[in-house]
Write a new protein. Sequence first.
Length: 223
Amino acid sequence: MAVSGYRPGRKALAAIATASLAVILALAWLKGWSPGLARHEQLVEWMRREGVAGPLVCIGVQFLQVVIFAIPGEITQFAAGYVFGATLGFAYSIVGIMAGSAFNFAFAKALGRPAVERIVGADRLARIDASMRSRRGSVAVVALFLMPGAPKDAMAYAAGLSALGISRFLILSVPARMPALLASTVMGSQLYSRNIVTVIWIGAGAGLAIAAAAYYRWKRKNR
């Protein structure tokens, strides 16, 4: 169900959300981060900074790729596993992804449907809305975020327009994102260790999962 009108304090929240997004995008542009987020070598260089800087960069990069959802998350997650290993790469990535998802959700909740349509696109938003309003309710949300190839970051914006609260949204969506995230970080760590056979097996499994999800969506569409 879409959010309409302003509740008490909604204008202030909308102003804060708009200003926050503007600052994030301005920093990404001024610092030259946006192109670098799509380049593995650049990401690895950023994350290898000494002390706490490297982990903070990793968390920030994951946050940015969720907010600027056109950037492929697999690249940033792969780089996290390559630099920090599977365990720490996964941990840092999930923190950044949770923060980014919460931001997208709150941004949509504050500004409402017109702003989200400009970011996500009206057609895509309508398709996500239809899926989230299905009879399965919470199960549908988990299934959508679990499905390989689904536009998860765009769905975080769309979820902010639903009746879900932010806590329930994170409880449902974050665990559903973990299998794909774990696969990406493990692949990155195994590539660093030059364990090419494991990388190939994980890649093949991910490819099969994506193909199965694409077939399922095609079958539903043609029913």
